[in-house]
Design a binder for this molecule. Structure first.
Ligand code: ZN
Ligand code: ZN
Length: 917
């Protein structure tokens, strides 16, 4: 490793030809450069107002988190953008941090305690929370180091935590203000309750699992003995809490039932029949049992008709004393018993198979119970309306656009947000009840006395806030709000939010609501929602399926740059990412290709004998380097075609990559850069200029080297945001004392270098050379055989161009003569390749020994035929076919197909050879 690469501030190495080792050793390089960037504070946002700001807040990973492929994608995309904007001269802030992740973190610590036989209840609230903080200090936040490993250029000095002092202050300020504005209230409501986690869940925390269940049709006898109504339910145990039966007022079947009542089976309670337009006439018999304490719709019907609310189940999902004879039974056991009892009483009309979505807790998959409880809510409707119009009016640019309708629909039907959680780890609700007079006190700082009666007997709410409450404030709380800080002024609204679509409602929508309400400005201008990373077959990765790809292992195996480039190349808007390990391996080849191109370039530059480079160690300074290139190769200079072409293309590619990154088309940025580097720069340009580099003309050599170096520099800069490590390493091996490539300007096309004529000529060259190479491979010409080429072309301009290109065409195809014919036809005994308005031909006489080549083909054909017979014998064998596993049969069939195709090619080649003959 050269000294200059190991330490950019050290004296440059004396012998530039040894600057890059043969193989790219990513492990050592990644670690060294990351430390270097940190030491030089390259990730730091400044308070420099002279430059435009660009800011991103990280979607804070859970403090319990371990880097998974979703994080790898999400953070690679953010890092690409911030590196790109830094190079464009923006004052960039990428603000990192972690989320306290209420339930998840509490579960981790509870599990640790359980292993020692201690419960949190035994420990008590204060001790338990102390224990969680201790866990957080010791083992929380390992994901931060993993993000560093990924190359993330976050401003780590500004790292935040959703429960740090400042953010906790912001949480209280928001809670109190919303409460005083009447937008936070406490009330009875049907919430989603997890009987295992013992907490309320937000609607979005409930996963609906399609389940094969049953629909029970139950007879409710009319009180006057004149018959019965049939109600249908999937949860018969809740009938114990029924307080009415509802029918639609327009339902002809029930129009005579005004003032009527039914007798609730098994408990023999008389309950009324009510008319409500909410009832679906077409569902079952059109009669609906109403259980206000255990179903949201029923709760609302109950409110409209002032029905009693009867809770028959406790917090554990066990029937309570209101359930009478069923008290003490688990809800599912109760269901069984009720069904049996109804059947015995002749009140069960029928049981139908019924496929329906059953709500499950997203943490533990326990079936969620809709339950009546006293909770805290945010009245989100007014907040949501503002957020929706910000998207509708384009103040927030939500990408991809396919999410708009889902977003509007969800926001337009949004229900109040239940924000209280019955756990200990989190922001405890800043509300106190006076035990003396019952006054409810909601304040930012802990009150000492009741303002009503001066009692000091105050009790704080036990519940904490939903984790998403604090993360909803993330874009402004992390910048110092409620203080009016300079950071807020400079970096709010943030420029863009990059996140996964699955937290659009959990998080993104709520940040919009809170940001608009408290800052009076959108929290971000753009939102880019990326897809989920799935396995190569499109299946969700899960531990149970064993198809999880671990980004840390992938980085160990292929290097961070290869993983990052893959993520970028896959990130097409609106498409799921099917991650195959082979692709990462493929992009590692790309990185090696770039490395080898750089080594080639350095070898050319190292035997540079220009006077100003002659003295050992006296290399060009960075300031001199581009100037020197321009001096040697200024636009007015008569550069040869390959240089004019590659400079023109490099400019276009820089602009295309810029446009793609501006539009969040990461995959286009990656692919454009990839194609340019691999095909145009490595495969064509480097080959094309070899005669100049190896020739004797010193002036031509100097031009070539200067342009080669210049284009390589541009390539490194274009690729840096995507593959930061290898580009930085190569950058420092190039001549001149160099600062980090991170602070270089991102390339833009120089109009003086745009040369459409050169591009058209190079296109023609590539087509013609491609055509000649095609002939060589079709007729199996030996790679070292020299050939003669003829081109028939009648178009005068092209003829002139071809004459100019003749030398290059010959050099790139091992041809010792090139004849351009404007009239006439292709001679006999020649092979041909036809292009638009061009016909290429190569005389084959003397090049091909037809008899010998045919004999080779015959031999090959014989061998393959034997193999084919063997396989066909197997496939025709009934015993084999009956016994062999299907994958073995499929393998043999694939071999057969492959052999048949190869044999076809052999026959075709022989036919061509014989035609020359
Ligand atoms: Zn649960
Ligand atoms: Zn009081």
């Amino acid at each position: 490793m050269s000294q200059s690469a190991a330490n950019p501030d050290a004296k440059p190495a004396a012998n530039p030809s040894q600057q890059l080792p043969k193989a790219y050793e990513f492990r050592e390089v990644e670690d060294r450069w990351y430390r270097n960037w940190l030491e030089h504070k390259n990730f730091r946002a400044t308070m420099d107002e002279s430059r435009p700001s660009f800011s991103i807040v990280i979607p804070p990973p859970n403090v319990t988190g371990v880097l998974h492929v979703g994080h790898a994608l999400n953070n690679t995309l953010q890092d690409i953008l911030v590196r790109y904007r830094r190079m464009q001269g923006y004052n960039v802030l990428w603000l990192p941090g972690t989320d306290h992740a209420g339930i998840a973190t509490q579960n981790v610590v509870e599990r640790q305690l359980a292993a020692k036989g201690v419960s949190r209840q035994e420990m008590g609230r204060d001790k338990f929370i102390e224990r969680v903080w201790q866990w957080k200090e010791e083992s929380g936040g390992q994901i931060i180091n993993q993000l560093k490993r990924l190359g993330c250029s976050c401003d780590w000095d500004r790292e935040r935590f959703t429960m740090d002092e400042g953010l906790s202050k912001a949480v209280r300020a928001v809670f109190v203000r919303l409460y005083k504005e009447g937008l936070i209230y406490r009330g009875n409501y049907i919430i989603n309750w997890c009987p295992r986690c013992h907490t309320a869940l937000a609607d979005v925390e409930v996963e609906h699992e399609e389940t094969a269940g049953a629909l029970y049709h139950i007879r409710y006898p009319l009180a006057d003995g004149s018959g019965h109504l049939v109600v249908a339910t999937t949860r018969p145990e809740t009938m114990l809490g029924d307080t009415a039966v509802a029918v639609h007022p327009g339902d002809e079947r029930y129009r005579d039932l005004k003032e009527a009542a039914v007798i609730l089976p098994l408990v023999n309670r008389k309950i009324p029949i009510v008319y409500d337009t909410h009832v679906e006439k077409d569902f079952g018999s059109g009669a609906l049992k109403v259980t206000p304490a255990h179903d949201l719709n029923d709760f609302e019907i109950g409110r409209r008709h002032e029905l009693p609310v009867l809770k028959v189940m406790d917090d554990h999902g066990v029937m309570n004393e209101e359930a009478g004879a069923y008290a003490g039974l688990d809800r599912f056991a109760c269901r069984k018993k009720i069904v049996a009892d109804l059947e015995a009483a002749g009140l069960l009309e029928k049981i139908e198979d019924y496929q329906h979505g059953v709500g499950q807790c997203y943490r533990c998959q326990t079936v969620v119970e809709p339950a009546l409880s006293r909770q805290w809510f945010v009245a989100v409707k007014p907040l949501a309306a503002r957020a929706t119009s910000a998207v509708r009016e384009g103040e927030i640019n939500l990408l991809p656009k396919m999410w708009h309708n889902t977003f509007y629909e969800w926001m337009d039907n949004i229900r109040d947000w239940c924000i209280s959680r019955q756990i200990w780890w989190g922001h405890r609700i800043p509300a106190w009840t006076c035990e003396s007079c019952g006054e409810l006190i909601v304040e930012e700082s802990d009150p000492d006395l009741c303002p009503q009666c001066n009692s000091d007997n105050l009790r704080q709410e036990d519940d904490v806030l939903d984790t998403w409450f604090s993360s909803a404030l993330w874009p402004f709380s992390t910048l110092g709000w409620p203080e009016q800080t300079k950071e807020l002024q400079m970096f709010y609204p943030t420029s863009v939010l990059i996140t996964s679509f699955d937290i659009l409602f959990f998080w993104v929508a709520r940040m919009m609501m809170m940001g608009l309400h408290f800052m009076d400005q959108v929290p971000f201008r753009d939102v880019y929602l990326h897809a989920l990373v799935r396995d190569k077959h499109g299946k969700k990765m899960s531990k149970s399926k064993g198809n999880v790809l671990d980004p840390l292992e992938l980085m160990d195996k292929y290097g961070t740059d290869a993983l990052r480039f893959t993520m970028a190349a896959f990130a097409a808007q609106g498409r799921d990412i099917k991650l195959a390990e082979e692709r990462i391996e493929g992009y590692r080849h790309f990185i090696n290709k770039l490395w080898n191109a750089a080594r080639f370039t350095l070898m050319q530059i190292s035997d540079h004998q220009e006077p100003h480079l002659a003295a050992p160690g006296d290399r060009l300074s960075r300031e001199q380097s581009p100037a020197q290139v321009n001096e040697v190769a200024s636009p007015t200079d008569e550069l040869s075609l390959p240089h004019r072409w590659i400079l023109s293309r490099a400019g276009k590619v820089a602009d295309e990559v810029s446009r793609a990154l501006d539009d969040y088309r990461f995959n286009d940025a990656a692919n454009v850069a990839y194609q340019f580097v691999w095909k145009e720069f490595c495969d064509w340009y480097l080959e094309w200029i070899k005669p100049e580099l190896y020739g004797d003309d010193q002036a031509v050599k100097a031009h070539s080297r200067a342009v080669l170096l210049r284009v390589l520099e541009d390539i490194l800069k274009i690729l840096h945001p995507m593959i930061p490590f290898v580009t930085e390493e190569i950058w420092h091996a190039l001549p001149g004392a160099r600062s980090s490539i991170m602070v270089e300007p991102f390339p833009v096309a120089d109009p003086a270098r745009q040369d459409d004529a050169a591009e058209a000529q190079a296109e023609l060259l590539m087509e013609v050379v491609g055509g000649i190479r095609n002939i060589r491979s079709t007729y199996l010409l030996h790679p070292s055989a020299t050939i003669k080429v003829g081109i028939i072309c009648t178009e005068a301009n092209r003829v002139a161009t071809l004459q100019e290109l003749a030398g290059a065409i010959k050099g790139l195809t091992r041809s010792d003569s090139l004849e351009i014919i404007t009239q006439g036809r292709r001679p006999e005994g020649t092979a041909t390749h036809i292009l638009p308005e061009l016909e290429i031909f190569v005389p084959l006489a003397g090049l091909v020994n037809v008899a010998a080549e045919c004999a080779k083909l015959d031999k090959e054909e014989k061998k393959l035929n034997q193999e084919l017979q063997r396989i066909q014998g197997k496939l025709g064998n009934e015993k084999f076919m009956a016994k062999a596993p299907p994958e073995v049969v499929a393998k043999e069939q694939a071999k057969e197909a492959e052999l048949l195709a190869t044999l076809n090619t052999i026959r075709e080649n022989r036919r061509r050879l014989q035609a020359i003959g």
